[in-house]
Design a protein around this ligand. Structure first.
Ligand code: NAG
Ligand code: NAG
Length: 502
């Protein structure tokens, strides 16, 4: 009876909280920007000095000035409302189709030097978020070919931001496991709600669900995950772990929902779906929906486009370490690495594992290994691009020893996604993906692979640029469905390699 009562209590708390968090679509005022597409090319790179006042999507300070060599922020232009929210009115996202190496190099140099917020960078294109008024200045630095080959990807960033920010709902909803889709997964959820949801799952499935605490983030928030236990390992046998996390990068909200969706689906499917039962009986599953808890909360409450964690750096006005550049395998030592600048979105920290959150996860992984539950498979969810990326990220010159298996699994995983929802996810090496035109040392996927998790992947979720990080909440469930289908394949593949027979 006691446990029934506590379940009801949680149910009540959860329902109440959801009332405040469910979506009601914001009305988008239709004052669409007129983006002039024909810029007169002025003299090119000689104009660099004119750039000093450029603003980009990630201006870090609240009305305070930065050291001069990195001062690109005109704080007067950023509007901050009474809730301390940073708005991105008049910001757009442009996609440049860079077809040659020299075009890529020029774009890379400019975006790096000027600290533009690069949303996505592949061999085919670079997406840049900037203020509309800065477009002519950017164009004055670009060769004519690049000026011509661009698209306006997101014309009104703030409208899209508003659509993903939570809004108070007046509709009353009851909540139970069967209605998870309509309540919890109808919107992006705050960290508090995610933790209540974890308690709820544990209360409903006490034999299956454990809550894990990694420790505290820089700002002192608990980093919680859930662990699913099927049958215990046979006497004297190891049971290996599949580890899944979202939100190393705060603004990639779909990664958080997707990891939550996977955990829900595995819990509720255990007694109903034989594939899922095998998944949980063969492996322990550990889910951290939000590794970067501080950044995630900040992206809910202040700046929707925040990426890094919230740890201070050597520069007082440049906060945050990029968790996915901070891991201690092939951490970039070169002085010209993009990640050495604390104000960069790719700041790697002063030493490997300086970021508390990545350090805690690494320690947890080491601990699993010491206790016969070593990680064999790892999925690191990000957005956006729709790609399945395998190691190594740091360099294309080194081939992972089990490349064939990695590719075979990835191709099957992409097929499973397509069969589920007709979405196309490309398979590539993480080094080919070429994030920001730089080598990607210090990544979680490489570190964890190097620890012996030989089926480690980065999954870049929806979409391919229409909404970018600002994916509408009605894509949470479809994205969850296709990734559940992918994860079933992933698990089955590893089970077969491990010699499980079903
Ligand atoms: C976004 O939402 C805020 C707060 O509700 C509102 O003040 C602002 O006008 C909205 N902006 C756009 C572009 O819709
Ligand atoms: C709800 O989610 C579950 C997985 O948790 C899925 O199997 C089911 O089809 C979904 N239902 C609806 C109505 O979308």
């Amino acid at each position: 009876m006691a446990s029934l009562h506590s379940t009801r209590g949680l149910l009540f708390v959860f329902t109440t909280i959801l009332l405040f968090l469910s979506t009601s679509a914001p009305s988008s005022s239709d004052n669409r920007l007129q983006i002039p597409f024909q810029w007169k090319p002025t003299s090119l790179l000689s104009k660099a000095g004119a750039f000093e006042e450029l603003t980009n999507c990630k201006t870090h300070t609240l009305g305070l000035s930065e050291p001069t060599e990195i001062a690109l922020t005109n704080s007067a232009e950023r509007s901050i409302n009474s809730n301390n929210r940073i708005y991105h009115h008049d910001f757009v996202v442009l996609r440049f189709l860079a077809s040659t190496d020299s075009e890529r190099r020029i774009l890379k140099e400019i975006t790096h030097k000027r600290r533009f917020d690069v949303w996505s960078s592949t061999r085919e294109h670079i997406d840049i978020c900037l203020q509309e008024k800065d477009i002519p200045k950017l164009f004055s630095l670009l060769p004519y070919s690049l000026q011509k080959s661009h698209l306006l990807l997101i014309p009104h960033v703030q409208v899209s931001v508003n659509q993903t920010w939570s809004h108070i709902s007046t509709s009353k909803q009851s909540f139970n496991v069967k209605s998870l889709n309509e309540t919890y997964f109808s919107n992006y959820q705050s960290l508090d709600t995610i933790y209540i949801w974890m308690d709820f799952l544990r209360a409903l499935y006490p034999d299956l669900v454990d809550i894990i605490e990694l420790g505290n983030s820089y700002e002192g928030r608990k980093i919680q995950g859930i662990k699913l236990n099927g049958t215990p390992p046979k006497e004297g046998k190891k049971k290996k772990t599949i580890l899944i996390n979202g939100a190393q990068h705060a603004r990639e909200w779909i990664s958080v929902s997707t990891v939550s969706y996977l955990a829900s689906a595995l819990v509720s499917g255990y007694n109903q779906d034989n594939d899922i039962k095998n998944m949980l009986d063969d492996f322990d599953w550990v889910f951290f929906p939000t590794l970067n808890v501080d950044g995630y909360v900040y992206s809910f409450e202040v700046d929707r486009l925040w990426r890094k964690n919230r740890q201070p750096t050597g520069f007082p006005f440049c906060t945050g370490i990029d968790l996915n550049r901070d891991w201690g395998f092939k951490w970039p030592e070169e002085e010209d690495s993009l990640g050495v600048n604390p104000c960069s979105e790719r700041y790697q920290g002063e030493t490997p594992f300086q970021a508390i959150e990545s350090k805690l996860l690494a320690e947890y992984i080491g601990n699993l290994k010491d206790h016969d539950h070593e990680v064999i498979g790892y999925l690191d969810f990000h957005s956006y691009a729709q790609k399945i990326l395998y190691p190594f990220a740091y360099d294309c010159a080194t081939t992972p020893p089990n490349l064939e298996d990695l590719e075979e699994l990835a191709i099957g995983a992409a097929r499973a996604i397509k069969q589920s929802n007709y979405q196309h996810y490309e398979v590539e090496s993480a080094c080919d993906y070429d994030d920001y035109g730089d080598k990607n040392g210090g990544s979680a996927v490489d570190w964890i692979y190097n620890q012996g998790a030989h089926f480690s992947y980065i999954i870049k979720l929806r979409d391919t640029g229409t909404h970018g990080f600002l994916l509408p909440p009605d894509e949470i469930i479809p994205c969850g469905e296709e990734i559940l289908s992918m994860t079933k394949f992933f698990s089955k593949f590893i089970s077969e390699k491990e010699g499980f027979i079903h």
